[in-house]
Ligand binder design. Structure first.
Ligand code: SF4
Ligand code: SF4
Ligand code: SF4
Length: 174
């Protein structure tokens, strides 16, 4: 796994969810319970609700599963998490301590924002926003007091539609 490719915490979470859905048979507890516990912990971390002891807990649970899971599938899955913790520990700590996702992947930890200096007041972002989170007025040449565009954080569901359509590159993920 390369920590360069995406958020390590999110990759670990999606890996375990996929494993639980497609491969885990549920015949032994260290794997079944361990995966469920790790999914809960990882989910909380990606939502900015991680706790100080979470990394230690993940290490303990995955180590136990590596040692005691009945088959190679479970051991390998737990081993994947151990490796992720070892190679990307700083990323986990950043999510937990600073509620920050440097890869801008964890939806609960990012916001979309309009850069006023770049915005051409075209209004396309407002048109595509599914939840009416964008506020502002299109440029009318003879008016000098157009209401500038901005995104209401509380309404935004982080769908990314506005970012995709803004040709001026005026929307950033922060
Ligand atoms: S370790 Fe193997 S046997 Fe045990 S629940 Fe996981 S997949 Fe099933
Ligand atoms: S799409 Fe971009 S340029 Fe157009 S109003 Fe929105 S932020 Fe401004
Ligand atoms: S990310 Fe989606 S919900 Fe948020 S402002 Fe952009 S279009 Fe609207």
């Amino acid at each position: 796994m390369s920590s360069q490719d995406g958020c390590a915490v999110l990759i670990a979470l999606e890996f375990l969810r996929g494993f639980a859905e497609d491969k885990m048979c549920g015949k032994c507890l260290p794997c079944m319970l361990g995966v469920a516990q790790m999914v809960d912990i990882l989910e909380a971390i990606t939502k900015g609700e991680g706790k100080e002891e979470d990394i230690r807990m993940l290490e303990a649970i995955s180590s136990a599963a590596v040692d005691t899971a009945r088959c190679k599938l479970g051991k390998d899955a737990a081993g994947f998490i151990l490796e992720s913790l070892a190679t990307s520990r700083e990323e986990y700590e950043e999510h937990i301590d600073e509620k920050h996702c440097a890869k801008k992947s964890c939806e609960a930890l990012i916001n979309y924002s309009i850069i006023p200096e770049r915005c051409t007041l075209c209004g396309v972002c407002k048109e595509v926003c599914p939840v009416d989170a964008v506020v502002g007025e299109k440029l009318i040449p003879y008016l000098s007091d157009n209401r500038p565009y901005y995104i209401r954080e509380k309404k935004c569901n982080r769908c990314g539609e506005c970012l995709a359509v803004c040709e001026a590159g005026a929307i950033e993920v922060v």
